[in-house]
Write a protein that binds this ligand. Structure first.
Ligand code: DON
Length: 306
């Protein structure tokens, strides 16, 4: 990274993103997310050597949604191991995160663990070891950021009441044998998992093992073997931003995961994590201002891995 201090970089980024507000729209297919003001903006950087820097609404909790899929996958790979790869692929899908078309054409095997189908297959795998996978994911994320976390029951219920697309995906996968449990139970657990509330500061802390070779400086514990850490980052780089992952790699050049709550977390391997939150989304379900902020951060600090 260049000589500019991280607080200076964050201040500059906050100015550079201003023209990007108003270009996207908060998610409305989960009604309770539509109520979050589009003007929110927070960003947090956590370095592997203990630095922590925040700006804006970085301590305000928001619905992290698909970002939880990274915690769930890490847990499943740690607890159950490579069996997950018999149910889910490792390729970008090139289709929206909630599509069914490829799933039917490809024998019910989701392209990757981050599209909704793949994430529900991971939930199904976690149901082998616990009755409440969402609580397991919540507690794992909480352990990683050193704080107790909550699932927002209103957001979970709001999504479950409207989860017709996800029900179709889960039913298809049950029919094809990709998942073993009742599809309705899998969808309910998945919606609960997605309704986890975290702040940018907490996300930056919780993702730190992916920047630190698998070690969590917060928990003072090795979370993932080094090889798994590299593999998780590879999946984030190729599949973390769904069908706009190529554009994201072009602009930002970092492994990252988005969520429809407007959060995006990026990993700078060996150095730091950067979490940003701004609820207005592009048509791919990624934060417009969040992407612009990470692009600016990456350019100013020259931290792209590519
Ligand atoms: O299943 C859904 O549609 C949401 N619970 C999560 C989708 C999501 O966050 C996609 N990410 N940008």
């Amino acid at each position: 990274m260049k000589a500019l201090s991280i607080p200076d970089v964050l201040a500059e980024v906050a100015v550079l993103v201003k023209p990007h507000f108003g270009k996207g729209r908060p998610a409305d297919y989960i009604p309770s997310l539509a109520a979050v003001p589009g003007s929110k903006f927070g960003m947090a950087v956590r370095t592997v050597d203990g630095g922590e820097h925040v700006i804006g609404d970085a301590d305000e909790g928001f619905s992290v949604q698909s970002i939880t899929k990274v915690f769930a996958l890490g847990l499943a790979l740690n607890r159950i191991g490579d069996e997950i790869w018999t149910r889910v692929g490792k390729e970008p899908s090139g289709t929206p995160f909630n599509h069914l078309s490829l799933l039917e054409a490809e024998d019910g095997v989701p392209r990757n663990p981050f599209i909704n189908a793949g994430a529900m297959a991971v939930v199904d795998v976690l149901m082998k070891v616990t009755k409440d996978p969402a609580a397991l994911v919540r507690d794992f994320a909480g352990f990683l950021c050193g704080e107790r976390l909550e699932i927002d029951p209103t957001v979970a219920a709001s999504e479950l009441a409207n989860a017709w697309q996800n029900r179709a995906i889960a039913s298809l996968m049950r029919g094809q044998g990709t998942i073993e449990h009742d599809p309705e139970a899998v969808v309910a657990a998945y919606c609960r998992q997605c309704a986890l509330t975290m702040s940018c500061r907490q996300l930056a802390r919780a993702f730190l093992p992916l920047a630190a070779g698998g070690f969590s400086p917060v928990a003072q514990e090795t979370i993932f073997p080094e090889r798994l850490t590299r593999r998780l980052n590879a999946l984030l780089l190729t599949c973390g931003i769904y069908d706009s992952v190529g554009n994201f790699a072009y602009r930002v050049g970092l492994p990252a995961k988005s969520g429809v709550g407007g959060g995006v977390v990026a990993v700078i391997p060996g150095k730091a994590t950067v979490a940003v939150w701004s609820p207005e989304l592009d048509r791919f379900g990624t934060s417009v201002v969040g992407t612009a902020a990470l692009e600016a951060f990456s350019q100013i600090t020259n931290c792209s891995v590519l």
